[in-house]
Design a protein around this ligand. Sequence first.
Ligand code: AGP
Length: 612
Amino acid sequence: MCGIVGYIGERSAVGIILEGLKRLEYRGYDSAGVAVLGPGGLQVRRSAGRIKQLEAILREQPVKGSVGLGHTRWATHGRPSEENAHPHTDCSGSLVVVHNGILENYLPIKERLVAEGHTFKSETDTEVLAHLIERHLKESPRLEDAVKKALRELRGSYAIGVVSTGAPDRLVAAKHGAGAVVVGLGAGETVIASDIPAILAHTRDVVVLEDAEVAVVRRDGIELSTLDDQPVQREPTRILWDPIMAEKGGYRHFMLKEIYEQPRAVTDTMRGRVVPESGNVILPDVNLDPAAVREIRRIVLLACGTSYHAALVGRSMLERLAGIPCEVDLGSEFRYRDAVVGPDTLVVALSQSGETADTLGAVKAARAKGTPLLAITNVVGSALSREATGVLYTHAGPEIGVASSKTFTATMTACYLLALYLGRQRGALTAEEGRKRIQELLEIPRLMEATLELDAAVAELARALFHYQNFLYLGRGTHYPIALEGALKLKELSYIHAEGYAAGEMKHGPIALIDEAMPVVALTPRDHTYERMLGNIEEVRARDGKVIAVAHAGDREIAAKADHVIAVPPAVDLLSPILMVIPLQLLAYHMAVRRGCDVDQPRNLAKSVTVE
Ligand code: AGP
């Protein structure tokens, strides 16, 4: 799960590569490097740490040339260090490789190469690929042929870029199973990258590589073929994102910007999909004809992390509105329980990135049993969307902050649309009910705007709370997943220990933790869980716990029972989670800022987790 950028054109490559890498730092940031091919041959500069450190090295030892590759790393094999940073070279230093993914059988191949006289300088799996290509170049002098032969020997996942002094007019890129490789076609120049924001400053016309494809990338375009040498024709796609969408837009952090973008993101998720007059939802890309919809007996939702929490809310939506039994499983666990699924089970995989290896592994296991697969994802053309039989894109726009925010609320909105769609198709919802539910949904962006006005009050609360070391988040029903998400946000951003619990479970164990040093965030919407939540709050207070209630505006009763109340606009219980999570995102954000944490790139995390 690293970021790759490559450039070939007339301009100096290094600046373009560095700028691109900065936009990909969310993919990994423990070390970085560049290699540029110029009059002086291949010049490689690498550094442990972030791209800023690499830039300092480049100021002292500049490189020149108009062909090059860069990489920002998240370590899988070998600790983060200069030696393990990419690009990696072959023995002669005339070829470099950058790689995202894991080469599973690198060790036996490395042993063989060492026996043949190759010398290795790093602990990485990637370096094996550089030496393997070097070896194949002896019999297959065309770089792309040698790359293909090397890749055919390797098992695992990869997105790679290769440059060689023997082929100064091209880069070679390939991918299989790892993160994306996007090729941007400019005027007299071509840029490759792991994600679109790294390319947008140069061109909007992109070609996305599929699995087991290899691209020969030249200044004036690309040639695509499969690993087994079949030519591939693919028209470029025009990307309509405004480059400013991928910038901070005046906010101090990407995450804050993304929290504020939520009303827009949720609106975009609904855009063109709801018909208020008929109470219907139009989702052509889910690719389920009416007969297939009627045949669904069960839904299994698969996801990880924040997307898993969205799936838990989605389950309530689907069961209530579509009347279909639902289960939710973690992508990382599904394969280990021999789940009974089949053609009448609709598997719905939720993943912001569409590249999460655990979720992809789970859906492959499900697909092997003949299930249809619907992907809910934010990334068009992602691995998950390609694996799926139908897609529901969230259209939330690029999310750069490593901790998800706008994609969480957009994913819950997508689940709601799906639930309405299935409910209407199966006759579980009348047209009148459909109209009412759509009206309630259409109100949500405005209510989200109102909820964001709590920002200053939440920042003030963060000032009072940021020195605590442990937090408990409690919720019931549709707000239990919001308790989980609130706790996850706090852990990720501020490194404070936090637990999310189903409030009813507190008495079964966690109550032992409660004392004056344990603030408890209690999600207390005025719904059918309200009385029981009040009971839980009393239990906390009786043990000297500090209570922060996230409640519905206008609730007078709660003010007498909690130390702090965050009053969120009321909404029906299936949609209230979309509002209630916002103050929890803001609380985690402000606590992290107070504690001096790196909000956009928390330690040890990466945006797309492309390893299992
Ligand atoms: C969210 O804040 C996390 N960083 C993480 O849990 C994330 O949601 C998880 O890795 C799943 O990612 P995905 O949605 O891209 O599959």
